[in-house]
Design a protein around this ligand. Structure first.
Ligand code: PEP
Ligand code: MG
Length: 581
């Protein structure tokens, strides 16, 4: 068994029986959402997700203190383990794992556990019940909190497993490479996946822009999410996962495996041959930049040949402490490490994007009925100008004396007033760099020219732009159809923004996950986007595909995609134009 990296294929296989596998089983095709390129062929191993429900037995009052001690010890051990996994993993994964460790140590949750033990629960049952109560609260408290339920369940399972002395739930123990299948993957598991053992993964839940999908791409492991019935694939079944098309071939025939392997070999050769700056075959330059979460992601970006950073998600620096922002000196150090890695390159830093799926206690209001539509992103920074000022001052200091082209942008800009407020804050902090606005809200795309009166560039955050255009939460697998970045309405908004930037003589990049789809990258180029920023692992794929087509072909593909009515038709129309069908 081996990981086979392959090109995004250009066929759309229909679901259903095809041929017999070598073991005489019928080959079938399932379709989910491909979120991380490449093909993996191997046996299914399921994630150990069984919810351990400890029996509800009554303990004598004199045992309560001992049980409370056990509970505290287990919580501390699990938190320490999560922190250690975070240190090992580094980058974006570290921040996510540290946030989970903080969940485990939540003082209110611990107080609830102790209260339950005082009235007769065992430690494991008290943990189980206290987390269940907290879980219900999260699940009913708005979409972004509901999105954290998987993380909370994972923390609970780890503490209960430790108290019961049973193996931790999570990645299966196996010396043989396998394809990991799970309902959803908790960050603690994705962070530690060993790419030499885990050939790829498939989940029943999750959408293309969920944080699990982003982590999968960061790891460079082929992945398909939102696959209904994934949990029913029998342990040990042979499957082939195509992370580009979202197809899963169950019991693939020898012919299918050979076909996938041949496509993979061809693709590998093309990838190896493609180096240098991003450009179409006729030399139209489209800089390929990396999305990073901090200094730990820089090495992979440099190795993939990133021409700079198109999105530095700085919020990961803010997750260590939920009471206050990191000190200016600590921020200067982190920014400088990133800036030094790209001498004379372009580094676009996004100021803190807190709120919604990334809440921070000291910034995010706790009582919003709908946090995704509340005070988040730039809105919370304008409410806390001291946090913005410290960040901008730290950035100015970090860039001092370096030849790097630092650029700074704000998330969630809605209109010209927002853009002006951000530009004023940059000027007041003495930043002598370009400042820009992310286009994540449809209003910003519709009125892009007005926003460009205040800032010097636009960067399309297509993850949130899709979320707000289609009123479809990016964390919810059930609405992943609407999160598809091929949706023609989303392409229209990209085109509007790019046209506005061109008319103003300014630039308009894409830094949402849309940029990491090689075919869509060609379409975005055809729509007039001037740079593409993505997880480092996707850069070689995008570079190789873009280099195959002229700008005029990309423009024709873009027009064909926009003329379609559905995401699938848009994808097929662009494919047909580019393959000359
Ligand atoms: C986006 O919304 O597309 C984006 C790039 O920002 P994030 O994924 O961090 O919200
Ligand atoms: Mg966003």
């Amino acid at each position: 068994m081996a990981v086979v990296m392959t090109a995004p294929t250009t066929t759309t296989a229909a679901a259903g029986p095809a041929a017999l596998s070598e073991t005489g089983e019928m080959e079938t095709t399932l379709r989910g959402v491909g979120v991380s390129h490449g093909v993996a062929i191997g046996e299914v191993r399921h994630m150990g997700t069984a919810v351990l429900e400890p029996p509800a037995k009554q303990i004598p009052a004199e045992d309560a203190e001992r049980e409370q001690g056990r509970a505290r010890q287990a919580v501390e051990a699990v938190a320490a383990d999560l922190m250690a996994r975070g240190n090992l993993a580094g980058g974006e994964a570290q921040a996510v794992l540290e946030a989970q460790a903080m969940m485990a140590q939540d003082p209110e949750l611990m107080a609830d556990v102790e209260r339950r033990i005082a009235v007769g629960s065992t430690a494991e049952r008290a943990v189980y019940d206290a987390f269940a109560a907290y879980r219900d609260l999260l699940a009913g408290a708005g979409e972004y909190l509901a999105g954290r339920v998987a993380d909370l369940d994972d923390v609970r399972n780890r503490i209960v497993a430790r108290l019961l002395g049973v193996p931790m739930p999570g990645v299966p123990d196996s010396d043989e490479p396998y394809v990991l299948v799970a309902r959803d993957l908790a960050p603690a598991d994705t962070a530690l996946l060993d790419p030499t053992l885990v050939l790829g993964f498939v989940t029943e839940e999750g959408g293309p822009t969920s944080h699990s999908a982003i982590l999968a791409r960061a790891l460079g492991v082929p992945a398909v999410v939102a696959l209904p019935g994934a949990g029913e694939l029998a342990e040990g079944t042979m499957i082939a996962v195509d992370g580009s098309t979202g197809e899963i071939f169950v019991n693939p025939s020898d012919q299918k495996k050979a076909q996938l392997e041949a496509a993979a070999a061809e693709r590998k050769a093309a990838l190896a041959a493609s180096t240098g700056p991003g450009a179409t075959s006729d030399g139209h330059k489209v800089p390929l930049l990396a999305n990073i979460g901090g200094p730990a992601d820089v090495a992979a970006a440099v190795e993939a040949g990133a021409e700079g950073v198109g999105l530095f998600r700085t919020e990961f620096l803010f997750l260590d402490d939920d009471k206050k922002a990191p000190a200016e000196a600590k921020q200067v150090e982190a920014y400088r490490q990133v800036l030094e890695a790209f001498p004379e390159g372009r580094v676009v830093v996004r100021v803190l994007d807190a709120g919604a799926d990334k809440p921070l206690d000291f910034l995010t209001p706790a009582d919003e009925p709908n946090p995704a539509l509340g005070v988040r992103g730039l809105r919370s920074l304008l409410d806390h100008p001291e946090v913005l000022r410290t960040q901008l001052t730290a950035l100015a200091k970090a860039a001092e004396g370096l030849p790097v082209y630092l650029e700074v942008m704000a998330p969630m800009v809605a209109d010209r007033i927002d853009a002006k407020a951000f530009a004023d804050a940059c000027r007041e902090a003495g930043l002598q760099v370009k400042f820009g606005a992310m286009v994540e809200i449809p209003s910003a795309a519709l009125r892009a020219r007005s926003i460009l009166q205040e800032v010097e560039f636009l960067s399309l955050g297509t993850n949130d732009l899709a979320q707000y255009t289609f009123a479809a939460d990016r964390q919810v697998g059930a609405v992943s159809r609407l999160q598809d970045p091929w949706q023609p309405a989303l392409l229209d908004l990209v085109a509007l923004s790019a046209e506005a930037a061109k008319a103003e003589g300014k630039s308009c990049g894409v830094c949402g996950e849309a940029a990491s789809d090689p075919l869509l990258a060609c379409v975005l180029t055809g729509l007039g986007v001037t740079s593409l920023s993505m997880g480092a692992a996707s850069i070689p794929y995008v570079r190789a595909t873009l280099a195959k087509y002229t700008l005029a072909q990309c423009e024709r593909a873009a027009a064909a995609a926009r003329a379609a009515d559905t995401a699938e038709d848009a994808r097929n129309a662009a494919r047909a134009v580019l393959s000359g069908e």
